[in-house]
Design a binder for this molecule. Structure first.
Ligand code: HEM
Length: 425
């Protein structure tokens, strides 16, 4: 008998509960879904119904059919009905910003082409020495803490931010502002990073997000003017001077472009970097293995990204009636791609709950799939590899030194507190 189209209410409630993303409830729920109802409809209170896509193969199937499953027609991340209505009133579209993520063809490939070659390994290689300098700085700061630190606060948060800001061309003095804005945007549901701590009602939530978008816009308008007057060799120069069909990007698209690079570029990488250290601290045999075989560092990086899967979901919507697995998806239906579930899919990964630096192949979907596949994947992998090349030879041992805490957010999340002890070589 095929499972009911509609998912149980408690499962649906867990999927929209940010707190569940900070503990075991999330993976317990995904495991149940993969086993019992891998493609069903959730109808949680306050949200439009959405299909919950938990199998690796279905996530790939939806992601690669970019004509059939659009990004722009509905919110690209899980959004309450109230917030969506309000957003539509403000922008005339379901999303507050219009970055690559909120575009479909024909605009998407044109906008993506503006920066695509920047993010390719050939170009990024030019930045390797500068990234290594930042990595050494981060390692020295960690060493200065003696034998214990909070790896998130002391290393993982700052380092990817330094790297992306260097590449983008934001001065170091402005980095704290960028960090705060990103945390407010992505971690907005978490009581520790939310701008208004106690008010997570939908009205306040969208007011807060709007304020963050405006701050970003004001900041980057100045950068644009500067780079048009005096071009440099940074990514901001490419965005500020980029033209589509002969014109500069409209203001909203331009702010969105800066925002996606500035924001997607560090919280995600911070979470994966912290995830690697967390996993190594919990798995001493993996720590010993990668230390003895530094050629496994790229494998460590990929496994940490699979393990943590910081981007928990993106949404798509169907442009026509279609079949997916044994289900009939109707035109206009909204779908949640659960990357963290796909990355623990028992049919694809041997022992998916084990952390293995030498996992091969490692066909995770943490960077998505298809036309929207993460633009920054090579950058993320490069900066993590370089950090571990610098850090691991310095460490003799590594262990947890207290409780790990995760951010409470159903879009992007990862460790927010990772106390560790370490001995130096
Ligand atoms: C898109 C994950 C790092 C920039 C995405 C998507 C995911 C993702 C899941 C959506 C893919 C899809 O819809 O198929 C990650 C993870 C990262 C990471 C897990 C770190 C471990 C970065 C970095 C940048 C970046 C360092 C650099 C700027 C982008 C951009 C997009 C994107 C611009 C939109 C691409 C498009 O829609 O065409 N990323 N990302 N990401 N990412 Fe990343």
């Amino acid at each position: 008998m095929s499972p009911s189209t509609y998912l149980p209410a408690d499962i649906a409630a867990t999927l929209v509960n940010p707190a569940a993303y900070a503990d075991d409830r999330l993976h317990d729920t995904y495991r149940w879904l993969r086993a019992n109802n891998p493609l069903g409809i959730a109808r949680p209170e306050g949200f439009d119904p959405f299909w919950v896509v938990t199998k690796h193969a279905h996530i790939q199937a939806v992601s690669r059919q970019n004509e059939l499953f659009h990004n722009a027609d509905r919110p690209t991340t899980l959004t309450t009905k109230t917030v969506e209505q309000r957003t539509r009133k403000i922008t005339g579209t379901p999303n507050l910003v219009r970055s690559l993520v909120q575009m479909d063809a024909p605009d998407h490939p044109k906008y993506r082409a503006l920066t695509q070659s920047w993010f390719m390994p050939v170009n990024l290689g030019k930045f390797e020495a500068r990234v290594r300098t930042k990595a050494r700085g981060a390692v020295e700061r960690m060493m200065a803490h003696g034998g214990a630190c909070d790896f998130v606060a002391d290393v993982a948060l700052g380092y990817p931010l330094h790297v992306i800001m260097e590449i983008l061309g934001v001065p170091e003095a402005d980095e704290p502002r960028m960090l705060k804005l990103t945390q407010e945007l992505f971690g907005a549901q978490d009581p520790d990073t939310a701008r208004f701590r106690d008010t997570i009602g939908p009205e306040m939530f969208s007011a807060m997000i709007e304020a963050v978008v405006k701050d970003f816009g004001d900041y980057f308008a100045k950068i644009t003017a500067d780079r048009r007057a005096e071009p440099r060799d940074d990514l901001a120069t490419v965005i500020a001077n980029g033209k589509i069909n002969g014109d500069y990007l409209p203001e909203r698209d331009m702010t969105s472009y800066y925002m996606i690079v500035a924001t997607a570029g560090h919280d995600t990488t911070s979470s994966s970097t912290a995830g690697a250290i967390w996993a190594l601290a919990e798995n001493p045999e993996q720590f010993a293995k990668v230390k003895a075989n530094p050629e496994l560092i790229p494998g460590l990086v990929d496994e940490a990204i699979r393990w943590m899967t910081p981007v928990k979901h993106f949404m798509r919507s169907a442009t026509a009636d279609t079949d997916l697995g044994s289900r009939r998806i109707a035109k206009g239906d909204w779908l949640m791609l659960c990357y963290a579930s796909g990355n623990r899919d028992e049919e694809v990964f041997e022992e998916p709950f084990a952390f293995r630096c030498d996992r091969k192949p490692n066909r995770h979907v943490a960077f998505g799939y298809g036309a929207h596949l993460c633009l920054g994947q090579y950058l993320a992998k490069m900066e993590m590899r370089i950090l571990f090349e610098e850090l691991l030879p310095r460490l003799r041992s590594l262990a947890l030194d207290g409780e790990v805490k995760m951010t409470q957010a159903f879009f992007v999340n990862g460790p927010k507190k990772l106390p560790i002890r370490f001995e130096l070589n």
